[in-house]
Ligand binder design. Sequence first.
Ligand SMILES: [Zn+2]
Length: 233
Amino acid sequence: MSKAAISTDVQFHRRVGLKMAAAIREVLWNRPGSHRQGVLVVRLGSGRATYHRYDPVRREHLINLGLEMIAAKQQPGQCGEWLSTREILNRGYFQRQVSVAHLLAHTCVHEFAHLVQTVQGERRRGAVHNPAFYRILDNLHADGVADAVLEYLTSAEEVLVAPLDATPVTVAMRSSTVGFRRGDCVAFAYRQQTHTGRITRVNRRTCSVDGTGASRGLRFRVSPSLLERLDGP
Ligand SMILES: [Zn+2]
């Protein structure tokens, strides 16, 4: 790929990120009855990491959208390892339709659900994807809020970027290590316990993982089908 093509892609992903940021502000944060408390900053990061963080001193919610995450989701059929894909399929969001637009709309909603979770005092260290979080996320989908985000991202009036593709695709959920990289933060269940760790090596059929947090000091070789990525939804 030529240098020009790469920079065009980056510009495109940046415009998509700006549109997602606008959707978070306009559709989620400014929605009547929204859980607004403090200020909201939405930022584009250069890497893959996508997260919500709250600074209680400045009373500031930060949502960071990773440009590499946006780039990866342009190939929705290859996004089986992303949590957003699994949530759409396993929890029946968007009638289980996966496309560029559905994945990115759900990403906005997922991060905003962390904001609501924080405001409600339900964020727990080491267990952010807890039942309280999924109650909030389920409601944002059931109340039509997620559909409004999808509509915003697929609307043609926006000048920022052409409407995102909402054509559903079939996701390859094969047990492949494709998509995982050394250094990725992951979680997985083993013997009815949830472990967290960092990938130290991507093998052909498994990932080598060094435990972190409560699992520090433990080493695992894990099938990719069991791994949940922690650096982004
Ligand atoms: Zn999350």
